[in-house]
Design a protein around this ligand. Structure first.
Ligand code: GLN
Length: 320
């Protein structure tokens, strides 16, 4: 590593430490409470993690603390669907337009008879329906293998969260049956919902998210193993929908102020991707009304601002 890279790394790390200190006292927002397991998490946990496309790692705070990936899974499953079925077949069922509505809105694109985009629940359930496999076991295995390629280990599912999601997920059920009635998904709704709930219940850490982000930012090549985890051309589409739809109905403001393709989850994680540079992740369970981590938003805003990380910043550094 060159001296210049070392210096940049130290500078960035220092900034992360400073932001962690500064926002640790920020107590705004509440952990998700639609299921008891999420309401019971320790709200004070806080982590900032980063990994470059060269595999250098930075971590401040609770970077090894596990939490459920929740909606961040939508991005990975979208990549898998594009890889398996190709863009055209995916676009037949799921569009790419941001909705400006809540992620769990019971809403389809009526004109085209599609789910609006893959980052809202309707789109994510339609994408989950496309997970390949003749039986439910094969489909679970397909999903498991995908996670394993990113994480470098067999994913652990939080089974209590999974069961709770299944028991309480009637809104998602309503969305899925609406899509079945329109012929958007196949007639195996409970099985597909179960897979959807399982993918949301996978446990990750902030370090894991930074690694996933670095892989996608590295055009699909895992920075540590060199494996092509997801095809190069697919990462372009993943990054695009992350930028336009990844932060729920805050996506427009996020694109404007932060400008980093990202996906958040109600478990408290935010996964950011800096194409050609690396992955950036935060974890803090207190959420705002939209469902985004309050401290996470602040950290991303500050880092984007201080290091000119906005995708369209004329001074955006560090690309190769
Ligand atoms: N399991 C949650 C749901 O489907 C995921 C939501 C999220 O992270 N936005 O409602």
């Amino acid at each position: 590593m060159s001296d210049e890279r070392d210096a940049r790394r130290a500078w960035f790390e220092q900034a992360c430490v400073g932001l962690h200190d500064r926002y640790a006292s920020l107590q705004d927002g509440e952990p998700a409470s639609y299921i008891p397991e999420l309401a019971e998490v320790d709200p004070d946990r806080f982590a900032i993690a980063a990994m470059t496309v060269q595999g250098e790692r930075i971590g401040v705070g609770d970077c090894d603390h596990e939490f459920t990936i929740q909606s961040i899974s939508k991005l990975l499953l979208y990549g898998l669907a594009l890889e398996t079925h190709g863009r055209e077949r995916v676009l037949e069922r799921v569009g790419v337009a941001p909705t400006g509505d809540a992620f769990n809105a019971i809403e389809l694109d009526e004109a085209t008879n599609r789910a609006p985009n893959p980052m809202v629940n309707a789109g994510a359930i339609a994408i989950t329906d496309m997970v390949a496999g003749a039986t439910v076991d094969e489909r679970v295995e397909t999903m498991r293998a995908m996670y394993e390629r990113y994480l470098g280990r067999t994913p652990t599912i939080d089974r209590t969260v999974w069961a709770s999601e299944r028991e309480t997920g009637n809104r998602n059920r309503a969305i899925a049956y609406l899509m079945l009635s329109r012929g958007i998904i196949e007639d195996r709704v409970e099985e597909t919902l179960d897979l959807y709930f399982a993918q949301c219940s996978v446990l990750v850490t902030a370090h894991d998210l930074a690694l996933i982000g670095a892989t996608i930012a590295n055009h699909g090549v895992h920075p540590l193993t060199g494996e092509q985890v997801v095809p190069r051309e697919v990462t372009r589409d993943m990054l695009t929908v992350a930028l336009t739809c990844g932060m729920y109905d805050y996506a427009g403001e996020w694109a404007f102020s932060v400008g980093i393709p990202a996906k958040s989850g109600v478990g408290g994680g935010i996964l950011g991707m800096l194409p050609g540079v690396g992955g950036l992740a935060t974890f803090s369970p207190r959420l705002d009304d939209i469902g985004n981590s309050v401290r996470g938003l602040r950290v991303f805003e500050q880092l984007s601002h201080h290091f000119d990380l906005h995708l369209f910043d004329p001074d955006r550094p560090w690309t190769r």
